[in-house]
Design a protein. Sequence first.
Length: 481
Amino acid sequence: MTSRYGISQYPDVPAIQARLAELTSTPIRTLTKEQLEEYHAWYAEHTPASREAAAEAESAIPGGVQHNLALNDPWALDIVAANGAYLYDADGNRYVDFLQAGGPTVLGSNYAPVREKVIELLASCGPVTGMLHASEIALAKLIHDFMPGVHKFRMLGSGTEAVMAAIRAARAFTGKANIIKIGGAYHGWSDQVVYGLRIPGTGSLEAVGIPAGALAATSEILPGDLDMLRARLTANAEAGGTAAVILEPVGPESGSYPVRLGFNAAVRELCDEFGALLVFDEVVTGFRLGMGGAQGYFGVTPDLTVFGKCVAGGYPAAGGVGGREEVMAVYAGGLTAGGQRALTGGTLSANPLSCTAGYHALLEMDRTDAPAKAGAAGDRLRDGLTTLIAKYDLPYVTYNFGSIVHLHTSGVLHLNLNDPAFFTELGPRKDMLGHMSMAFAAEGIVTLAGSRMYTSMADTDEVVDEALAGFERVFAKIPAA
Ligand SMILES: Cc1ncc(COP(=O)(O)O)c(C=O)c1O
């Protein structure tokens, strides 16, 4: 590994938590009804083709979008081109792309050297054969080189699948059923992890269409709460034990609830004490923070690592699980696994297309030092936002883990479930997030739900400054307190 990590300085988490507590205890500072109408008028004037596509999509696609990432008020944007730092819609508008497809493209969108390798592959063997392909081996070995704790690697189709596979392996290996997650974290949409989503402590609130039995062995702890984790592990020990603790190493929702330095190491110790496996969900952090992932950055080796996004270089079918030799053996049939096998895999998992794209993207990321460059862009964005927040005297909170940049404007994720005001605050704060996201896009910046930005190597100083000018146009409109 020749590249560097993307985090230049670890965020001051206690200070951030204090500011977040302040944000949720002060009234929201948002755009007025008239300003929202002006933005709607902008969309009507400048995005008629998107409007038409969105109306058609409504008739053919549930909710009009295939993924929440594409939600936009008043209508979804019809993107026709993506290149480096920019997205272009069907009406010819250009946007700074801080969505980066939800995270996989640290090199920037549609990066030509990777695309060329993919085209070469398509010309020779096509995207999929069902047989062994050299790219599968190359990718697994490369991941091991970057993350020595990943002895073996099973390629799968998505982060969701990889989480399913990791939990199954943990249960097969330990013979225990219970899993513990951190409240607020998203680990995909499989039955067993649709629990404590987005807002910690919400349990099965979002488990629509999921029988209670599917969640019977899942529990959550509050972010960063080691006492609660110990208590849960202790309680589970009386109920058959814990198969795994699964967590995002920078904190739930890519660090929307940031963890203090040292948290992951403490969880590792607790897992060892209770005989539970530690699973790192590195779907976002895997290679975005650096080629060694969060595990390399924190110096904590999990038993299993869940991969997604970057692992296929921004191409489809991005997922995989890797880890300790003995644990990974449960996926193998025959003698290695004592005749028993934890079932994983699908027709198109580990296809040559995803593996080729992933292999060449990871090589390129290392060669070009992309995680550090994207991280420097994240630092510049955070610095600029910090200045703007102070300039316009706003209660907003911004911080970053390298190229993962957070901007909390409404504080909706940090509302306290036990506060009687929770249910009256939830709606307006959630709406505000949508409004900010809409305003940012109208000002030429596509974000993840108005609260998260993924930067890439393509984000030069000029690109970041262009985006900051757009953020300023929105912030300047917010009425004084
Ligand atoms: C931390 C984390 N885990 C798992 C997933 C699920 O991955 P996928 O969308 O590929 O199923 C996501 C998706 O955003 C994620 O952010």
